[in-house]
Design a protein around this ligand. Structure first.
Ligand SMILES: *[C@@H]1O[C@H](CO)[C@@H](O)[C@H](O)[C@H]1NC(C)=O
Ligand SMILES: *[C@@H]1O[C@H](CO)[C@@H](O)[C@H](O)[C@H]1NC(C)=O
Ligand SMILES: *[C@@H]1O[C@H](CO)[C@@H](O)[C@H](O)[C@H]1NC(C)=O
Ligand SMILES: *[C@@H]1O[C@H](CO)[C@@H](O)[C@H](O)[C@H]1NC(C)=O
Ligand SMILES: *[C@@H]1O[C@H](CO)[C@@H](O)[C@H](O)[C@H]1NC(C)=O
Ligand SMILES: *[C@@H]1O[C@H](CO)[C@@H](O)[C@H](O)[C@H]1NC(C)=O
Ligand SMILES: *[C@@H]1O[C@H](CO)[C@@H](O)[C@H](O)[C@H]1NC(C)=O
Length: 387
């Protein structure tokens, strides 16, 4: 998730008329490699524990004329597009780089900036990560949906947490009624709706669908939708009001919050909650789960994971657009994120404490639901995945 909200961009866009949803294949990032950007040896038994805990997905888009292709994370927690430029050298060794001199339609807007990300890397909350960027515009294209003069950022340097990433940039899919890639979708004759199928690595076939959703992923079940929280006329996170949080049968949130705003963020790995709620949730899971370090992480001795007798069930409840309640659950296998870097005998648990009065749910929940992000109707829809 990107920390500060960036200004709304207004983009002139063009595109051919097409009216069917289109689908792009996504590749799951295998979590056996460090999500935090720490390279180094990882012992094999712990790798097995990591495997299957895939928490970040990316797919191809292109920029420039002729098009240059890049793998990007489709991040519902940010609002702008960033791709590595040839200006970034050592810090971007692992990334493909946009060569602006090779694009006939490139325009340098000559404005530099530093973007700050809370990488939500899944393991202990990392130090804040940064991208140094240059504002530019050029053509942008995904699945034949294209925008001329699309404003984005070229990454000219990045902090070390981003360096080992297997992808080259980020495309912000935060809620924006008239910006981001959504005007291009409308120009292409599609509704501003997209869907994410974020499967574990072992399942594969993860996908992003633009312009609607892929019926083959909902196996005949009608999605349940909930309205996102206002303001709806401007850039906003995809936020639903949670009515309660139920942990192993105990209702947790009602005592602490009247209604908890929960941000749905495909760019965050796990779950972040206000500190009092985090403590209350863990109290119903295991007394062996304790704060680790001073950045909001929690851990449990890895040896004690098997001793937890109650299967973990974290359930968030919401009111749907029709008013009927519905629930989204995180299952037991998400409890441990894997060993902590500073002490590999300790395993990090999935909820991090954060400041403020709202929570974030990321990949550890989104993996279990086919999610439909409807900008036009300001709502989020879900169908439980069946693997
Ligand atoms: C992205 O494009 C590259 C070539 O530019 C290709 O090798 C790769 O398989 C593509 N990835 C996906 C997920 O389609
Ligand atoms: C960028 O493209 C130009 C023109 O095609 C080429 O001469 C140059 O070598 C490329 N630079 C890099 C770093 O790839
Ligand atoms: C950016 O700066 C270059 C060189 O200083 C200049 O030639 C160009 O016109 C500027 N572009 C814009 C869009 O301001
Ligand atoms: C890139 O950023 C790092 C800090 O993250 C800094 O140490 C380095 O000097 C920067 N490199 C350039 C070329 O600005
Ligand atoms: C959105 O609506 C709110 C309340 O009606 C108003 O205060 C705000 O200025 C509007 N924002 C934009 C970008 O129009
Ligand atoms: C998880 O808890 C919720 C709410 O108590 C319940 O509806 C659901 O059936 C539980 N799921 C499992 C797998 O036990
Ligand atoms: C829980 O923490 C939030 C701030 O994160 C605060 O607004 C709220 O009042 C707290 N609730 C209680 C019951 O202390």
């Amino acid at each position: 998730m990107q920390l500060p909200l960036l200004a709304l961009l207004c983009l002139p866009l063009t595109g051919a008329l097409r009216a069917v949803p289109r689908t792009i294949q996504l590749v799951a990032r295998d979590n056996s490699h460090s999500k935090r950007g720490v390279s180094g040896p990882v012992s094999e038994p712990l790798l097995n524990q990591f495997r299957g805990t895939d928490l970040q997905w990316y797919g191809n888009v292109s920029f420039g004329t002729p098009p240059q292709t890049f793998g990007v994370v489709f991040d519902t927690g940010s609002f702008t597009a960033e791709v590595t430029g040839i200006q970034c050298q050592d810090a971007c060794r692992a990334q493909r780089k946009f060569n602006y001199t090779a694009s006939s339609t490139f325009v340098n807007l000559n404005k530099t900036d530093r973007l700050v990300f809370d990488t939500g890397g899944g393991v202990e909350p990392s130090d804040i990560e940064t991208l140094d960027v240059l504002s530019v515009k050029d053509s942008f294209s995904i699945l034949g949906i294209s925008a001329k003069d699309f404003e984005f950022y070229l990454i000219t340097n990045q902090s070390s947490g981003f360096s080992p990433d297997p992808y080259d940039g980020i495309v912000g899919m935060g809620y924006q009624p008239t910006a981001g890639i959504f005007p291009a979708m409308r120009n292409a004759g599609l509704p501003a709706v997209f869907a994410l199928y974020l499967t574990p690595h072992t399942i594969g076939n993860a996908e992003l669908t633009l312009g609607g959703y892929d019926m083959s992923k909902t196996h005949g079940v009608a999605p349940v939708y909930a309205p996102i929280l206002p303001p709806l006329n401007e850039t906003n996170f995809w936020t639903l009001a949670a009515q309660d949080i139920i942990v192993n049968g105990a209702r947790i949130a009602k005592n602490l919050f009247a209604e908890l705003p929960l941000v749905f963020d495909s760019g965050t790995s796990n779950i972040a909650m206000p500190k009092n709620l985090t403590d209350a949730m863990y109290a119903h899971i295991s007394p062996d789960i304790q704060p680790f370090g001073d950045k909001g992480a929690y851990g449990i001795p890895c040896a004690k994971l098997t001793g937890i007798t109650t299967p973990l069930n974290i359930t968030f409840t919401f009111a749907s657009t029709s008013g009927a309640p519905f629930a989204l659950s995180v299952p037991a296998q998400e409890l441990s994120v894997g060993p902590l870097r500073e002490d590999p005998s300790m395993c990090q648990t999935l909820i991090n404490a954060q400041e403020g009065d709202s929570g974030i749910v990321g990949a550890s929940l989104l993996k279990y639901y086919y999610s439909i992000w409807d900008v036009d109707q300001a709502r989020l829809g879900f169908v439980k995945n069946v693997y």
